[in-house]
Design a protein around this ligand. Structure first.
Ligand SMILES: [Fe+2]
Ligand SMILES: [Fe+2]
Length: 396
């Protein structure tokens, strides 16, 4: 009987070259992600959000896989030979792996987030609504939308100039979003069988918003020192002008949106922009403001005409919906400016260059809002009392 069986052969550990390749791969992934963040995340022309998120997921999984493979190789070697080299290899792989697996996706994700991500009132245009969301385009370096007179930036310090860039960029994005917003309005008016005058005015408003967007991008670009424009808007791929199949509900939707977005907000923004005309000194900013004030007032008038049309077509249910919607509208203007931007404006010791370059005084927001809401209250009451007469006068 043989009592001395030969030792069972131990499986050969995988080559350390594999672990080394994994470590190099991990560091390369991290370096690429850092390069991506430096190229896109720090600049206005950031990656599209979906691309950034996609890269974050893919690179995160790759880093995790390389970390597991590299650690496994050194672990197998450590079991055969607990030398300092193998321990060091395992520790290094785990550390590099953890840093890369966490850092790489984070950097790509941040590359898809715009540095300039503003929203809020003072956009001088009709908001673009897709479902429950209000959409504005993302920004990129481009000369395609920056068309119009440029301001004189001489004498502006860097902080003031950066604030002016971001304030005008905020407006530019809102103005741009107003273009498809009026595209929606025109589409919906046609769907409801509206008169040609209303459809024409909706398309004219669309062209005016293009002009506003170009002027605002031209101003923002001059303060930025490089031309800024917009990225594609995939949120619009699926439409956005849909109406309920029931005609009465469709009229209610068009009427209440016209009330909030046009008769109240565009009118308010037109009057708020008007207050800036007292202080503006820069010719390019002045020209843009004048166009905005005049055109936005026209858009508010168009909204009232649309409301009148909807009341005439839909009768009591539309009137009731308008009254209820108006009652829910707040009594105070809500500043939706990015809070960080508002803080930067507040912290500026000398705000006179902002006013000279066409920016409104924040202190004007509430009084103008209260005054315009009073005007809207009276107009709506008149319209609900005598819809056909008002409709005729508005269409004249
Ligand atoms: Fe506008
Ligand atoms: Fe507008």
């Amino acid at each position: 009987m043989n009592h001395f069986a030969p030792p069972s052969p131990r499986a050969k550990a995988p080559s350390r070259w594999i672990a080394l390749a994994c470590n190099v791969g991990l560091m390369l992934m991290l370096a690429l992600a850092f390069g991506g963040w430096f190229t896109y995340g720090c600049q206005p022309n950031h990656l599209h959000e979906a691309v950034g998120t996609g890269l974050a997921i893919v690179t995160g999984l790759l880093c995790l896989a390389m970390t597991l493979v590299g650690s496994f190789v050194f672990f197998k070697h450590l079991r055969r030979d607990s030398s300092a080299a193998n321990m060091l290899g395992l520790a290094a792989t785990v550390i590099v792996g953890l840093v890369s697996t966490m850092g790489t996706p984070l950097l790509w994700f941040m590359s898809g987030l715009g540095r300039v991500n503003l929203g809020g009132f003072g956009g001088w245009g009709r908001p673009l609504r897709i479902g429950q969301r209000t959409i504005t385009p993302d920004v990129k370096v481009s000369s395609e939308w920056a068309k119009g007179p440029r301001p004189n930036v001489n004498g502006l310090d860097n902080v003031t100039r950066a604030i002016l860039r971001d304030l005008w960029l905020h407006d530019a994005r809102k103005e741009h979003a107003s273009v498809p917003a009026f595209g929606q309005v025109a589409w919906q008016l046609l769907a409801l069988g509206a008169p040609s005058d209303l459809v024409r005015r909706a398309h004219v408003a669309c062209l005016q918003e293009i002009d506003h967007a170009e002027r605002c991008f031209a101003l923002a670009s001059a303060y930025a020192g490089q031309d800024l424009g917009v990225q594609a808007m995939p949120a619009l791929f699926a439409g956005g002008a849909e109406l309920p199949k029931d005609r009465s509900r469709a009229l209610i939707k068009v009427a209440t949106e016209a009330l909030i977005d046009g008769a109240l907000l565009e009118d308010y923004n037109a009057e708020l922009a008007r207050t800036a005309l007292d202080d503006v000194r820069d010719p390019a900013a002045r020209e843009a403001l004048i166009r905005i004030v005049e055109d936005e007032a026209e858009h508010a008038a168009l909204a009232w005409a649309i409301i009148a049309f909807c009341i005439a077509e839909g009768g009591a249910p539309v009137s009731k919906a308008l009254s209820e919607t108006f009652a829910r509208f707040g009594d105070e203007a809500t500043s939706l400016y990015d809070p960080a931007l508002t803080r930067r404006v507040d912290a500026l010791a000398d705000k006179s260059p902002l006013y000279a370059h066409g920016r409104v005084r924040f202190a004007c927001a509430q009084p103008v809002f209260q005054a315009r809401k009073r005007v809207a209250t009276e107009k709506l009451a008149s319209l609900l009392a005598a819809p056909s007469a008002i409709r005729d006068s508005l269409a004249a």
